[in-house]
Write a protein that binds this ligand. Structure first.
Ligand SMILES: CC(C)(COP(=O)(O)OP(=O)(O)OC[C@H]1O[C@@H](n2cnc3c(N)ncnc32)[C@H](O)[C@@H]1OP(=O)(O)O)[C@@H](O)C(=O)NCCC(=O)NCCS
Length: 142
């Protein structure tokens, strides 16, 4: 089994599309367009693409780790690499992922501080009825 110091992080390429699509389907996140995938980065573990992160206008949108790789530090690895590149990240998290962001030291912010485009996507999300969305942010020195 790979350790976090063996994980690699790089920009997504078209060769990664099948693996990214599979991860998004496996975690129930549906489709991403080729443009969205190319805006993202992948984490590789054990010689395969095991996680995907896309930062859109400063927002994590989305981060996903293949189920068989979850709980092994890959979500933290992806998010910390993106944060180191960006300096600041914001996001709106669905209920099940909130403990992940809290474990990573993200701070809660009011939805009123969220970009209206992102907040709107959240309002029309089909999971809205069962989700208590929470906005978060974290900054680091670049
Ligand atoms: C959320 C997700 C990205 C986390 O990835 P992961 O690789 O399993 O997380 P990690 O192993 O890197 O965990 C990082 C930290 O978060 C904590 N954590 C992760 N999930 C947790 C949970 N459900 N409850 C409590 N703590 C959790 C871990 O204990 C770990 O803490 P530590 O580093 O202090 O020991 C992954 O579960 C996933 O892809 N979920 C489905 C998609 C999703 O919900 N994405 C977020 C969209 S808002």
């Amino acid at each position: 089994m790979s350790q976090p110091d063996e994980y690699t992080y790089r920009s997504a390429t078209p060769l990664d599309f099948p693996a990214i699509r599979q991860i998004l389907v496996e975690v129930g996140m549906g489709e991403a367009t080729p443009e969205q995938m190319l805006e993202g980065h992948v984490a590789c573990a054990g010689g395969q693409v095991a996680g995907f992160i896309r930062v859109y206008h400063g927002y994590v949108y989305p981060v996903a780790v293949a189920p068989k790789w979850q709980g092994q530090g890959l979500g933290r690895f992806l998010t910390e690499r993106a944060l180191a590149e960006q300096g600041q990240l914001k996001l709106v998290s669905c209920t099940p992922a909130q403990p992940f962001y809290e474990a990573m030291g993200f701070s809660r912010i009011p939805m009123s501080e969220v970009d209206p485009e992102i907040a709107h996507d959240c309002e029309v999300c089909p999971d809205r009825a069962t989700c208590t969305p929470q906005a978060y942010t974290k900054s680091v020195q670049k």
